[in-house]
Design a protein around this ligand. Structure first.
Ligand SMILES: Cc1cc2nc3c(=O)[nH]c(=O)nc-3n(C[C@H](O)[C@H](O)[C@H](O)COP(=O)(O)OP(=O)(O)OC[C@H]3O[C@@H](n4cnc5c(N)ncnc54)[C@H](O)[C@@H]3O)c2cc1C
Length: 396
């Protein structure tokens, strides 16, 4: 489909990414799902093609490419249909390392960002805790200053790449609790923490899907982290996370978009080939109408994601659009996964089918990076806040 946002260069790049994924990823990705993690060599293969630093500055070895190059990369990554791989690569390249590139400072970039861009190290982002996820104000992991170190205590969970990561960007509490006695949003900071430090424990979390992301619960028991591993300013973590989450949501939406395109292709292929009661399924009205609706929603989703990326690339922070894109695409992926599995019958339900994997993987994306309920809260508030036109129906 022609797009005002994508140039011929983007389309050449798309073919290159697709070829790379077909050659190096798709033949093995099902095994990595079984094994619960990605091989180290894979990170190098991604890095050699510049895929781990598309947005990062050249000074850190990145490509400093425009955002639509990343949109193309993420769509193709989404099309693989392997949620764990998608999560692992995107957390590394667009979430954890984003904070280093943005406010990490020269020395942290040299020590952590550059090896990550080269594929020599794996990054994780550790925000969620057993007692607090969507509500960042409830985060309780502490980092207490002790001379030229912070001493970190607490537990993070659902950390994608958590089992494999060489370092994690960790949200910690460095400031006081609020007057009401709650931890509050002020007083959060981001620290980069080496995974090998004494006092760190890692346990795998078994998940319904996204298995190759190597999700972990990570515990910190008196972990001494050099004070200069603070990312950006002290007690500014909430501000950084609120901005970083917008990119995270846009990335999640773009990955979902790629997954939706692939799932719809799979479904179209199936109904064209499957004969039931003497007809191909694609000639029966019930599946055709469902596919018509899904195709329409896909077209709308693509415009919403690309428009949001365009706004973001203009230097705006389109918070409402990021929430809308994330909400709409991740929920559409769930609806499509459900319809696709139904229309593919037992073939779709069989373990190992792409429909079955999409059904499992799609569910994670409406929770991770902010659940749909939170997206609706944010969008609802923004829609209600928007000015009412003068020619609107007067209030009676
Ligand atoms: C597969 C996967 C990978 C993840 N990877 C990472 C990672 O790499 N790093 C990381 O830090 N975290 C990660 N997460 C955690 C994710 O960000 C959290 O799951 C998410 O923020 C929600 O937090 P929670 O699960 O603790 O749910 P809670 O915050 O306890 O919420 C539970 C449920 O309550 C509802 N809810 C929550 N808030 C509201 C509200 N304001 N209004 C109405 N309803 C609400 C929602 O339905 C929500 O699902 C991952 C999660 C998943 C599923």
């Amino acid at each position: 489909m022609k797009s005002p946002y994508l140039t011929p260069d983007h389309e050449v790049f798309r073919i290159n990414v697709r070829t790379f994924l077909a050659d190096h990823v798709l033949p093995h990705a099902a095994d990595w799902e079984q094994e619960g993690g990605l091989p180290r060599e894979l990170w190098k293969l991604f890095a050699e093609r510049g895929y781990l630093g598309l947005l990062h500055p050249r000074s850190a070895g990145g490509g400093a490419r425009d955002l639509f190059t990343s949109v193309v990369f993420l769509e193709e990554l989404g099309r693989t249909g392997f949620g764990g791989l998608r999560a692992a690569v995107s957390v590394h390249a667009y979430m954890a390392t984003h904070y280093l590139a943005w406010v990490g400072g020269r020395e942290l970039c040299r020590t952590y960002l550059e090896p990550a861009v080269r594929g020599d190290s794996v990054a994780a982002l550790a925000i969620t805790e057993p007692g607090a996820g969507a509500d960042l104000a409830g985060l309780a992991t502490t980092a207490t200053r002790d001379g030229d170190h912070y001493v970190v205590n607490g537990t993070k969970t659902m950390v994608s790449n958590g089992m494999a990561a060489d370092f994690a960007v960790v949200a910690v509490r460095t400031g006081a609790v609020t007057d009401a006695g709650r931890p509050g949003m002020a007083g959060l900071s981001l620290l980069v923490v080496d995974s090998g430090l004494p006092g760190i424990g890692r346990e795998p979390v078994r998940t319904l899907g996204w298995c190759s992301a190597g999700t972990a619960t990570v515990s910190y028991d008196g972990v001494r982290v050099p004070a200069d591993h603070l990312i950006g300013r002290l007690n500014s973590g909430f501000y950084y996370l609120m901005r970083g989450l917008q990119l995270e949501r846009l990335v999640a939406a773009t990955l979902a978009l790629g997954g939706i395109e692939q799932s719809l292709d799979d479904l179209r292929g199936f109904v064209r080939g499957r004969r039931v009661a003497g007809d191909v399924l694609a000639e029966k009205q019930a599946p055709v109408h469902r596919i018509a609706d899904l195709g329409t929603e896909l077209a709308a989703a693509r415009q919403l994601v690309h428009h949001t990326a365009w706004l973001y690339d203009q230097g705006e922070l389109p918070t409402t659009e990021c929430s809308m894109a994330k909400l709409y695409t991740t929920e559409l992926a769930c609806r499509l996964a459900d319809v696709s599995l139904q229309l593919q019958g037992a073939h779709g339900y069989a373990e190992g089918s792409r429909a079955a994997r999409a059904y499992r993987d799609a569910r994670a994306a409406t929770i991770a990076a902010g659940p749909s309920e939170v997206m609706r809260d944010l969008i609802g508030r923004a829609v209600l806040r928007a000015p009412v036109r003068a020619d609107a129906e007067p209030q009676r």
